[in-house]
Write a protein that binds this ligand. Structure first.
Ligand code: SF4
Ligand code: SF4
Length: 326
């Protein structure tokens, strides 16, 4: 039944330097089974394509409302709001909008059409670069395993960016065709993990340990990524707990642990989706705090192999106040 299932793609990002080594094409797949409170890609959660309204392109002509037979568009003061309960994703409104202010976010691809899209930039990949499958959670789509196999068949370096909340069998099958596993670890305390992501972390941690065994056998590569969210994950207790877990279960296997600094670049995405983002007023972290967490992590996890670093941007203001990270 799934043999020819299409792929629901959020975006294809070319010349990426953030999702693995070298120059890469990153395929962002739609659909996620976690509900992280801070999610930086809210448009990736729903497995279906979605309608988005771009305020800077809207000329207020109301043509879209006339085209919507579901009554799903509301003109509120200076904005068009999409009532997502009513919207059937027919995209009649996007077709009629004269300025392109209403657009589908996400697209269904037939498998055979997607592969050539991903291969377009292979000339730039060199020895280190390749293709990263990310999301959402890429392992929720039936086509992901097929894609990884095809990419290996083409002789490309593959990376898989997963949060690990999937059946172990699915993860292990994907690892057969994965050169670099990018694994997200957020919170060491399962209760807090459930509070902030909607799920406990037991399966995520046990899957990572099993994945580590495969990485060791295959001599493939493993990177861990932790989003640093002020008030949630960015504190010394959590980072130290994660470091101890890595040291106890994955010693000598992890090449790199990235502590990804909080950013607020997604605020506009939430606005377009009519969702209130609870971190709207949260400031970027100070460089001193980022370095302090790296120091804590590196001191506890050191196994002669792992490189711990922070990535992203720190607060630009000179002397930005350090937060309480205890
Ligand atoms: S996609 Fe279709 S149902 Fe949804 S708002 Fe546009 S016209 Fe209405
Ligand atoms: S048709 Fe497009 S430009 Fe006109 S009001 Fe609707 S979204 Fe705005």
């Amino acid at each position: 039944m799934f043999l020819d299932s299409p792929v629901t793609v959020l975006d294809i990002q070319r010349m990426s330097t953030e999702d693995g080594p070298g120059l890469r094409t990153t395929l962002f797949l739609k659909g996620c089974n976690l509900r992280c409170d801070w999610c930086h890609n809210p448009e990736s959660i729903d497995p279906r394509p979605a309608l988005q309204w771009y305020s800077d392109q809207c000329i207020g002509c109301d043509s879209c409302r006339g085209a919507c037979s579901s009554g799903a568009l509301v003109h509120e003061q200076d904005r068009i709001r999409v009532d997502r309960e009513k919207c059937s994703l027919c995209y009649s409104c996007a077709g009629i909008c004269p300025s392109g202010a209403l657009r589908a976010r996400g697209k269904l691809y037939a498998r055979e059409k997607l592969l050539p899209e991903l291969l377009k930039d292979r000339a730039y990949f060199g020895q280190e670069g390749g293709i990263t499958l990310s999301g959402g959670e890429p392992l929720l789509q039936a086509a992901t395993l097929w894609l990884l196999k095809e990419l290996k068949w083409e002789g490309l370096q593959t990376a898989l960016d997963t949060a690990g909340l999937v059946p172990l069998k699915t993860l292990l099958a994907a690892l057969d065709y994965t050169d670099l596993l990018l694994y997200d670890l957020k919170l060491i305390d399962s209760g807090r993990h459930r509070q902030y992501t909607g799920s406990g972390n037991e399966r995520i941690l046990s899957n990572l340990v099993e994945a580590g065994r495969v990485v060791a056998q295959k001599k493939s590569r493993l990177w861990i990524r932790t989003p640093l969210i002020p008030g949630v994950t960015a504190n010394s207790e959590n980072i130290a707990g994660l470091a101890r877990f890595i040291k106890a279960n994955l010693a000598g296997l992890v090449e790199r642990w990235e502590l990804c600094a909080f950013n607020n670049l997604c605020e506009n995405k939430y606005r377009m989706l009519d969702i209130e983002w609870p971190y709207r007023k949260t400031a970027l972290m100070a460089k001193a705090d980022l370095e302090n967490l790296v120091q804590i992590a590196a001191g506890l996890v050191d196994d002669g192999k792992i490189k711990v670093l922070w990535t992203g941007s720190a607060a630009l203001v000179a002397g930005a106040e350090s937060g309480d990270l205890r």
